[in-house]
Design a protein around this ligand. Structure first.
Ligand SMILES: C[S@@+](CC[C@H](N)C(=O)[O-])C[C@H]1O[C@@H](n2cnc3c(N)ncnc32)[C@H](O)[C@@H]1O
Length: 239
């Protein structure tokens, strides 16, 4: 079973809460030089633009919301956001970020383990950023079932994730063979954790989700670091 792996993954994100944004903002050891960083921010901007075009309006559910880097964007569009994460540490940072931007009243926070949580309402939009890649392969279908059950009829989903490893060294840390869906991550203080990290090819992911009853468009950003997808379920329950 993957219980120990998932516990370790959550322990990693809990311990990383205060330093998580360094990755997103390309600070410290995640600073890969001006040209690389410029492309990264351009790609993030591209996804933010696509998200704006998609329009996450109405009642929005954000899964694995983290420190609020996407929650803020969602709160600007939505009538209300329910933001779920299993780490109270990241939820606290998220809350502070939204409060600072004057959006805290539009967000309801739920501390819950997504592998053991059922939606408590029906939503117009479900969003998840950099989360699908952390869902173990054997839980892939159950996860998409959760998303489907969270949506109102006609509701839509939007997600963003990494296309592949950022550095060649990340590839090497997958030392357990080509089928290995885990990787080693470490914190600034050197502590090491093993987590799930799966990279999807956009076309293959799109076809796989079509087989599960989703009509989604999945694509890469121009510089090919990020993958994003959006669309809807064709079925209310799994086909
Ligand atoms: C890669 S981060 C993504 C955060 C945010 N969506 C973003 O894009 O910045 C993954 C998030 O998943 C959360 N997480 C890890 N395991 C979880 C679980 N079992 N249930 C709910 N959230 C979990 C972590 O606390 C972390 O905030």
């Amino acid at each position: 079973m993957d219980g120990e792996l998932l516990e370790g993954q959550l322990a990693y994100y809990k311990a990383r809460a205060e330093e998580y944004d360094e990755w997103f903002l390309r600070q410290g050891r995640y600073d890969r030089g001006p040209e690389w960083n410029r492309r990264w921010f351009a790609e993030l901007e591209e996804v933010h633009r696509e998200l704006g075009r998609f329009g996450p309006t109405g009642r929005v559910l954000e899964l694995a919301c983290g420190t609020g880097l996407w929650t803020l964007d969602l709160a600007r569009h939505a009538a209300g956001v329910t933001a779920v994460d299993a780490s109270p540490e990241v939820l606290e940072i998220n809350r502070a970020r939204l409060r600072k931007a004057g959006h805290e009243t539009s967000v309801r926070y739920v501390e819950a383990d997504l592998f053991d949580w059922r939606p408590d309402a029906a939503y117009d939009t479900v969003f998840f950023g950099f989360w699908l890649s952390h869902v173990p392969p054997e839980r892939f279908e159950a996860f998409w079932d959760l998303v489907r059950h969270a949506l109102k009829p006609g509701g839509r989903v939007f997600f963003v994730d990494s296309v592949g490893p950022e550095t060649p060294d990340e590839r090497e840390r997958r030392s357990r063979g080509p089928q290995d869906h885990t990787t080693t991550r470490w914190l600034n203080d050197g502590r090491e954790f093993r987590i799930v990290k799966i990279f999807y090819d956009p076309a293959t992911l799109e076809r796989r989700l079509a087989d599960l009853g989703w009509r989604l468009s999945v694509m890469r950003t121009k510089e090919r670091h990020l993958l994003y997808g959006f669309g809807e379920s064709l079925a209310r329950t799994a086909p």
